[in-house]
Structures are given as C-alpha cells and as structure tokens.
Design a protein around this ligand. Sequence first.
Ligand code: PMP
Length: 401
Amino acid sequence: ASRFEGVPMAPPDPILGVSEAFKADTSDLKLNLGVGAYRTEELQPAVLNVVKKAEKLMLEKGENKEYLPIEGFAAFNKATADLLLGADNPVIKQGRVATLQSLSGTGSLRLAAAFIQRYFPDAKVLISSPTWGNHKNIFNDARVPWSEYRYYDPRTVGLDFEGMIADIQAAPEGSFVLLHGCAHNPTGIDPTPEQWEKLADVIEEKKHMPFFDVAYQGFASGSLDEDASSVRLFVKRGLEVFVAQSYSKNLGLYAERIGAINVICSAPEVADRVKSQLKRLARPMYSNPPIHGAKIVANVVGDPTMFGEWKEEMEQMAGRIKNVRQKLYDSLTAKDQSGKDWSFILSQIGMFSFTGLNRPQSDNMTDKWHIYMTKDGRISLAGLNLAKCEYLADAIIDSFH
Ligand code: PMP
C-alpha cells in the first residue's frame, strides 16, 4: 500500500499541457500554436545572436558560479529598473525603487503575491477577464483572494472599457489592480493612451494599487520605451506601483528564468523596507536566484553595441509576427464566404491572437486539423509561419461554421 492513496492525479496544465499533446501527435500537418514561444520562419526555436555573443564573452572571462545575494545580481537589478522606467526617471535617482531579481515573470508575480498576502491580508487582487491562465493559480496558491474585471467584449472582439472602469470603480478601496503592461495575454487588446490615463484616474481615486505584469516589453511595438509607457504614466503621477518583469520573450531567455519584481515607493526609506521584506520572503522559498540569465541581460544592456543589436533582433521578431498576422488576415478574408469581419486580427498586438473560437471549435482545430492551441480560442502567432497561414485559415473557417 502506498502512503499516497490520497493524492489524486492532477489535470494537465491548460497551456503547457498543449505542448505535451502536440509532441504525441504524429501527423505531418501538426502545428503548435499553444505556448507563447517565438519560432523562426522554419518554426524552430532560436537563441538570439546577441545572447550567443554575450554568453561567449562571459565564457571567455571565466566567471565563477558563487551564490548571488538574495536580491540578485546588482548590475541586472539596475539594468532592469532602467529599462522599465527609463534610466533618467526621477524615482530611480531618488532611490524609490525596490528591485529584486526573481524567477522570471512567474516567480516575480508569485513573490509579489506572497508580499500582498503577508502585508495586505484584507486586500484582493482584481484581474482581467480573461487573463493569462497562470495568474489565477499564482494568487490561489499564495492565498490571495481575487476577482475579475470586465475586459474583453466578444461582440466587438475589442476592449470593454466601460465595463473595465465600472468594475475597478466598484471594487473595495485599496484593491490591487493587475494590469498587463502591453500586449495583453490572451486577447492582444491594449487600452489606448487616453484609456490608460482614465484608468490611472480611477485607480488613484479609489486608492487602489496598480500592479503591472510586463512580460512583453519591446515585443508589442518593437520599442522598449513605447511598451513601457503604460507603467511610466502611473509612475509619473507619483503613485506607488508594483511591476513584475520577464525576459523570457523579449530576449528569448525562457528557460533561464530571469525577471524581476519592482516596487516603486513614495520615499527611499519605504523602498528599503519593502525590499528587505521581499528578500525575507524569497530566502525560505529559493534562497537566491540563478546567475546566468542575469549576467546576459546586464551585459547586453550595459554594452551600447549589444544593446543596439538586441533592439534590432527584437524588431525582427516583432516584425515577423506582424507579417504572419497580416497574411493570416489576408487568407481569412480571401477564403471566407460568410462576410465575417476579420479586422480584429490586425488590431490585436503582440504574440497572440484571440480568435473568438469557443471550446468545441478549438477542439475541432486540434482533433480534425492537428492545430494545437489553448481552449480559450487563443493562438500564438509566434508559432506560425507564412507557409502555414492558408492552412490555418482553412482550419479556422471550418471550425467556425
Ligand atoms: N505574464 C504573462 C501575461 C505571460 O504571458 C507570461 C508568459 N507566458 C508571464 C507572465 C511569465 O512568463 P515567465 O515566467 O516565463 O517569465
């Protein structure tokens, strides 16, 4: 008899489980549009040239593998806050930013969730409906209560801005409002600059805490600064803000688990206290973060030539996704006889497209067409190439009708 009789089988992860099912499929037609990971036009994963260059330099220097401090690699922490806020942002000069290197976006969100649970036990987190599937897991496991605000409007396949504002306004004062800094996952729909201002008004008025998840900086528009403008707008108002960052997508460092949690505070002395408590939370969870990805980021950002090369490669990745987006739209419009308006595909930004396919329709995509995607109707355009756009368009049209 096993002591584990009471341990049931866990369900497969809704996103990572898709990759497992894809691997098991033997059809030549198969296409993995589930996980948001960049692929080349040949549908192969690739390491950025600038990353290879940075790694080569690191190897030549023969650096050791001593433990990092709990808060991570100092040069990385400086680089990451500079990238997020702009190096000349007064909050940086004033020492008002608490930054901890953490285990990529997920680990940074999880650390922030633990902090909320400990110091704001009565607060709840407001998350968009829909959102990245793992957000709910993160807050559930940290025992932080959450509720949803309206975000996606299926009628317009756009933003339900009125609903979003109303729900944020109606939430108890002092709630944490989780916002996607850019390239909202899964919908690909972001507020306009005017809408961000209005959101900041309401959040300020209700004394809510803005909590940004920035997983795609540079990947939405191709510009690091433009993609951070939402966060900077809140910071400029003098608000205290949480920001989780990830380098999985924009530097292609998925498995290095490199990211950070930043808390912009009202005074340097507050930032010191917040940082000390974040370190105290990290220590019993994982002691200190891994060094390799931190050094890559610090070296790339710290060297003007490599920094320029990174920006070019990021623009290329963003550009390739825009090309397949256009081709998919063209294919759908050319093939579909129903008169459906497909323009939402072009107005969405980032890695994903939210197709509007419901669960049985998404099942049809997989069962009949060997196209793997999450069951919420999201497809990752980063896993698509020009050659497969027509096939995908056929599958989408067939699944809708
Ligand atoms: N937030 C969002 C919205 C994401 O899409 C992702 C990546 N899928 C993450 C956070 C975190 O990813 P990682 O832990 O790999 O940095």
